[in-house]
Design a protein around this ligand. Sequence first.
Ligand SMILES: [Zn+2]
Length: 374
Amino acid sequence: MKQDTHIEKSVLDMGEMASGAKLTVPVYFIKGQGKGPNVYIQANMHGAEVQGNAVIYQLLEQLKQLTLLGDITLVPYANPVGANHKNGEYTLGRFDPITGVNWNRMYHFDQESIDHYVEQVDGLSQAQIDEGFQQLLLRNVEQKLDHNQYGLTTGQRIAYQLQKMAHQADLVLDLHTGPISSKHLYCPEYAQNSAKYFDIEHTVLIPNSFDGAMDEATFCPWWTLAKSLNAKGIDYTLERESFTVELGSQELIDLDVAHQDALSILSYLQYKKVIQTTEFTPKKITRYGCMLSDYKAFYSPMGGMVDYLADFGEVLKAGQPLARILRMDNYGDGDALHYISLDHDVIPILHFASASVNQGTELYKVFSKFFQIT
Ligand SMILES: [Zn+2]
């Protein structure tokens, strides 16, 4: 029987609280044989989105019994401020409470340095281009962390330190959840084929535009590099991939479901030849894709109490109710019940976590146009 693979644990300093208490994050590292892509996986960047920690637990339990071709770094509790940000019985932690900025919008991207790099690669092999570009991305983030005399926000310091680890990998998985949600995957358009290896029925395909998130911060530079080189007539194959894996609902740990999600990720890692095995097979399920521009938020047309009716993941026909909204202030002299529907078929993916909403609260997110991924 194979001996368990050694898992190295370290603790990363992320900053300090007012009392001097250190903000730390545990980092688990498994060394591979240097023959496959390196992987970076993090979880819980948003405070209430805890299920990724359970998936990392299940992944480690599996990985220690497997042969690794590439290195894998796993970071649970990636955001120590968000994870501990409670109010009453709820976890908040989607936004930095001081600046109001979304914790997953603070990563770094520098278009100018990419444009500059592209001017310097004539005559280099792809391996040399990759090596130099990776060093550039790392230098850019290190520059931000270490040589910034005006300092960084708490969130930037956390994000850049995570990004530094992520830039050392070829494949990046950022584990999140929706509010009340079905599983879905954010996947760059060019990597659509890889979506078939995850046991996730719904995939949002995202373009090459940076909006501050971890997945974009790690694939946009490489996609931009590939496009620029191809435009110059230089042959270049884009091999880096990053995904945001939305594992279901927030405020929920389910170790059995986490085991299933770990198998799904291992199926992808096997396909990418990170692990040396053939034991993982993606499930035979119908997978639907939707372009990011067709992934629509539906905002409540009125305030009230919501009875969410539409099931996730199934086609909701035009005219069928998404939700009904209760307005007891209108009972007796008006309409107490309002049914909400759309004029075209959609696939509901997630809905707001609370039953009471204001006019304009994001009620549902739906695939408004969708296609099968085959
Ligand atoms: Zn999230």
